[in-house]
Design a protein around this ligand. Structure first.
Ligand code: ST9
Ligand code: ZN
Ligand code: ZN
Length: 325
């Protein structure tokens, strides 16, 4: 389904957290008024090298020990949890609460994912929800698939992102010592958690070659997690059904949900951003919800926020596309 113009205020009926994250979907500057894009060539070169390295890594897969492949998948999962259960559902949306050991673990996983510090990721993500698909949205999907997917990381941000972003309340993040520590020591932690640790373990634990371990557990795994994440911004803002609000572009996309450990139910998520499952359903295509529920069972996660079924149903009847009644 082609993206539509979402020109209305999206008054979702879910509860609110006081984070002022309701999508405004207004003030969308027409593209002809945009200042010229300033390309950041350092990022272009690095992302071309990364993706070329990832393609080369595929050739190395037959040379890898099976344990290295399992380890790389485990690294994928840890990195994914650092983004989905950590930066996204915990720190950006506060959709549940976590005790310090879980917060420290998620901050560690977040370093494995190397997608900017939790602080920066959450700031951009709050802007994405509050100013969704306007120029103040860092990865405004109205600028096309490429921009929403990776292009936004290759250019300077639109001035609206910085201007309107000033109105975001980030005090909960600056008051969280784990977030502050991770932001302050970010690059050192990334070097250790995203690059050195995933390479060294296969070399010392089962004698993998350093070369193969680096290309598969770091380069290939990192590129795949990045692209799975970016698909939420690109594909899940374009293709899929809209059972909760047909007036907005974010859509329910099962392919994305599968790659992104449960983050493809994007129509639901933009309508009810504070639901800890980011979906009407529980563990359905949603490894992250399974993880949070396991942490709840272990006493590490609590106050999980879920939208009541009658609110969801009413909203589906009122604004949904009728695809899932
Ligand atoms: C990466 C992030 O890949 C991916 C995020 C995807 C999000 C997806 C969300 C979908 C839902 C969840 C799904 C999860 C699925 C996971 C699946 C897992 C399997 N508000 O940024 P700067 C101000 S990262 C307020 O440098 P430039 C602020 O004052 C990949 N203010 O802008 C800031 O200063 P400071 C690796 C804001 O210079 C100043 O502006 N990382 C905001 O235009 C400058 O900020 C990279 O590749 C705001 N939102 O540069 C790095 N933003 O920070 C890429 C900015 O000191 N980034 N300000 O406070 C860069 O190189 C640059 O940011 C740039 C823009 C070139 C893109
Ligand atoms: Zn979105
Ligand atoms: Zn979100």
């Amino acid at each position: 389904m082609a993206p539509r113009n979402a020109g209305e205020v999206n008054n979702y009926e879910g509860d609110r957290l006081g984070l002022d994250q309701v999508e405004t979907m207004i003030n969308d500057t027409p593209s002809q008024k945009r200042p010229p894009m300033k390309i950041v060539w350092r990022n272009v070169v690095l992302f071309v090298l990364l993706h070329t390295g990832a393609l080369y890594s595929v050739i190395l897969i037959p040379r890898a020990a099976w344990a290295t492949l399992v380890w790389s998948m485990f690294m994928y999962w840890l990195a994914a949890m650092g983004i989905t259960a950590g930066a996204h559902r915990l720190w950006s949306h506060r959709s549940y609460k976590a005790r310090p050991p879980l917060r420290a673990f998620l901050a560690f996983c977040n370093c494995i994912s190397f997608q900017n510090s939790v602080f920066e990721w959450s700031r951009d993500h709050r802007a994405h929800h509050k100013y969704s698909e306007t120029d103040a949205d860092p990865h405004n999907a109205k600028r096309g698939f490429f921009f929403a997917h990776i292009g936004w990381l290759l250019v300077k941000k639109h001035p609206d992102v910085k201007d309107k972003g000033k109105s975001l309340d980030l005090s909960d993040l600056t008051n969280d010592p784990i977030v502050v520590f991770q932001d302050r020591h970010y690059l050192k932690l990334v070097l250790l958690c995203c690059i050195i640790m995933p390479t060294v373990v296969p070399v010392y634990a089962w004698g993998e070659s350093c070369f193969v371990a680096f290309y598969i557990a770091v380069i290939l795994r990192y590129t795949l997690v990045l692209n799975a994440t970016w698909l939420v911004n690109s594909a899940a803002h374009m293709w899929g059904s809209r059972p909760y609000d047909e007036r907005i572009n974010p859509a329910e996309n099962y392919g994305v949900a599968l790659c992104a450990t449960g983050e493809g139910f994007h129509n639901y998520h933009h309508v009810f951003p504070h639901d800890y499952a980011t979906s009407e359903y529980g563990w359905h295509f949603n490894l992250t919800t399974l993880f949070i529920d396991t942490m709840h069972f272990l006493g590490q996660a609590y106050d999980r926020r879920k939208i009541p079924m009658d609110v969801i149903l009413k909203r589906k009847m009122r604004t949904g596309d009728g695809s899932r009644r």
